[in-house]
Design a binder for this molecule. Structure first.
Ligand SMILES: Nc1ncnc2c1ncn2[C@@H]1O[C@H](COP(=O)(O)OP(=O)(O)OP(=O)(O)O)[C@@H](O)[C@H]1O
Ligand SMILES: [Mg+2]
Length: 257
């Protein structure tokens, strides 16, 4: 049984149906790429997995480790090991990186019924994670994301991910606006953290990032449904042909039916 199993998911934002019968499964140790045109529902899917309060699940279920989490609160999902890096990271003026990371770690500890992390242990943990994700030391005293370049914001996200040890990481990538270094940062981060205990779902438009992270599974989403699935070869095919051939095929199939 897969670790994450999404069955026939229907999601609305207000009155607008966005996901319309979506199925997707991810098992730890796998790296999944989710691709699809603008507005097809990728970020909505990520938000629905994390339990975003503005979304309504009207049909279908989300299972994690065999447990139905369709109605679980976002903090409960985070406690169960789900992590998401946002498409548009916000800056938090007045809060240093160190303070932010400590708050994040302690929130996780508190959710598990543990006491706040002792200062020495915090320093060691963060130093190790910074080394792993190659975040320069001077970042710890800067305000979170304030004046950070696109690549630096991405590095911070990966650092946060390294500190949280998630079992499922969802990365919603803009690609646009990220230079090749920023993409490499994300890719390196994913590669350094990937392993048998982590499932990864990377949302992306272009093949670029997938040159550095080799996905084991590729899904194409269109109008709120998964319409194609395959291995890494599907990425090459999409890059060469665009999404048009898929939508054409779907329209033909609908015309026949
Ligand atoms: N809160 C909301 N209220 C109304 N419509 C919404 C809401 N959230 C998303 N949508 C709409 O749902 C559709 C899917 O949006 P979503 O952000 O999931 O697309 P996406 O695949 O991530 O696109 P992109 O590639 O541009 O990031 C879009 O048409 C969007 O405008
Ligand atoms: Mg999006």
């Amino acid at each position: 049984m897969p670790d994450l199993e999404i069955r026939n998911l229907h999601v609305r934002a207000g009155d607008k149906p966005i996901l319309r019968g979506l199925d997707l499964s991810v098992t730890k140790g796998e790296i999944h790429a989710l691709m699809g045109p603008n507005g097809s529902g990728k970020s909505t899917l990520a938000n629905a997995i994390m339990g975003h309060p503005n979304l309504d699940v009207t049909e279908g279920q989300i299972f994690w480790g065999g447990q139905d989490i369709t109605d679980a609160q976002p903090d409960e999902r985070a406690r169960l090991g789900l992590f998401m890096a946002f498409q548009y990271p916000v800056s938090v003026p007045g809060v240093t990186v160190t303070k932010y990371l400590r708050t994040v770690i302690n929130a996780h500890r508190e959710a598990k019924g543990e006491s706040p992390i002792p200062l020495k242990e915090f320093r060691q943990t963060v130093e190790a994670a910074m080394e792993l994700t190659r975040v320069p030391r001077e970042f710890s005293t800067r305000y979170l994301n304030e004046g950070f370049s696109g690549g630096e914001k991405k590095r911070m996200e990966i650092l946060q991910m390294a500190l949280q040890h998630p079992e499922l990481a969802i990365l919603d990538e803009t690609d646009s606006g990220l230079d090749i270094d920023a993409l490499r940062v994300v890719a390196e981060g994913v590669n350094s953290l990937a392993g048998p205990d982590l499932g990864v779902l990377i949302i992306t438009h272009y093949q670029r990032i997938l040159q550095y992270v080799q996905p084991t599974h590729v899904h194409v989403i269109y109008q709120g449904r998964i319409v194609r699935e395959g291995g890494p070869d599907l990425v090459t095919e999409l890059e060469a042909k665009g999404y048009g051939w898929i939508t054409d095929e779907l329209e033909e199939a609908e015309a026949v039916a």
